[in-house]
Design a protein around this ligand. Structure first.
Ligand SMILES: NC(=O)c1ccc[n+]([C@@H]2O[C@H](COP(=O)([O-])OP(=O)(O)OC[C@H]3O[C@@H](n4cnc5c(N)ncnc54)[C@H](O)[C@@H]3O)[C@@H](O)[C@H]2O)c1
Length: 252
């Protein structure tokens, strides 16, 4: 069923998983706010949605900045209407082995993933409570289970899971669900950057990843978008506080 009156916010939607999710939610019938650091960088996602007959708005905001998050949500309310779907997707990597990890590597990853999800969820929940309906999906990762070189990222992605379960407890009575999706290897700029960091071609890096994935292929941004689409649908109203691994197997 299409949901023409719903407004969704997808953060980090200029590219990768966020862009695919924005396109999918627009195809599902939602008006989508495409949020990313640089408003101009959102243009391509917005154009793809508009060209397909959907509604989208480019919004520049740093998810880790309280004032920018407040302004972004106010703009969405004014230009699209009150948001009742939120996808906390914006993310960065600052990988390093623990002994080489700087304070800034740690703080940056915490700020974007954890503070970002907190600020956006807090700003948007009011509109969901007013509507008596809402869906929050936040991006975790298989790295939440631990991953060499990612003490900061693993801690943040595990934190997203605890955050999500708490939102499920607090907001359930208002018709709001909160869930996390935890992708394994998805071919995006983020994984391409990881390949470059470890000195491998993206092709070899992808092949090595596939050798560990039970379904025998790399993940695509659309794999995650399809899972988010289900979790934000009406039909998923009794699924809350869950972490769904989208990894081609129990663990990538
Ligand atoms: N690609 C994977 O294999 C993978 C696996 C597990 C989890 N994830 C998670 O999925 C999400 C999307 O990953 P991706 O692979 O599409 O990454 P990506 O690097 O391709 O895209 C991330 C987007 O987030 C934006 N962003 C970064 N910091 C921001 C900020 N402070 N404010 C607003 N926007 C900001 C970037 O500009 C970029 O457009 C991230 O949370 C990532 O941690 C990715």
């Amino acid at each position: 069923m299409t949901q023409p009156s719903r407004v969704a916010i997808v953060t980090g939607a200029a590219r990768g998983i966020g862009a695919a999710t924005a396109r999918k939610l627009a195809a599902d019938g939602m008006a989508v706010a495409v949020v990313d650091l640089d408003e101009a960088a959102c243009a391509e996602t917005v154009k793809t949605i508009s060209d397909a007959g959907g509604t989208a708005l480019a919004v520049g905001a740093d998810v880790s900045d309280p004032a920018q998050v407040t302004a972004a949500v106010e703009r969405v309310v004014t230009e699209l209407g009150p948001p009742t779907v939120l996808v906390n997707n914006a993310g960065v990597l600052r990988d390093n082995l623990l002994f080489k990890m700087s304070d800034d590597d740690w703080e940056t990853v915490m700020a974007v993933h954890l503070r970002g999800a907190f600020l956006f969820s807090r700003a948007v929940q009011k509109h969901m409570v007013d509507a008596g309906w809402g869906r929050i999906v936040s991006l975790s990762s298989t790295s939440a289970l631990g991953n060499r070189g990612q003490a900061n990222y693993a801690a943040a992605k595990a934190g997203i899971q605890g955050f999500t379960k708490t939102l499920a407890f607090e907001l359930g009575r208002f018709g709001i669900t909160a869930n996390a999706v935890a992708p394994g290897f998805i071919a995006t700029d983020m994984t391409a950057a990881t390949a470059a960091r470890v000195g491998m071609s993206f092709e070899d890096f992808t092949k090595a990843a596939i050798s560990q994935i039970p379904v025998g292929r790399a993940g695509r941004p659309e794999d995650v978008a399809n899972t988010v689409s289900f979790l934000v649908s009406d039909g998923a109203g009794f699924v809350s506080g869950q972490v769904i691994y989208v990894a081609g197997g129990p663990r990538a």
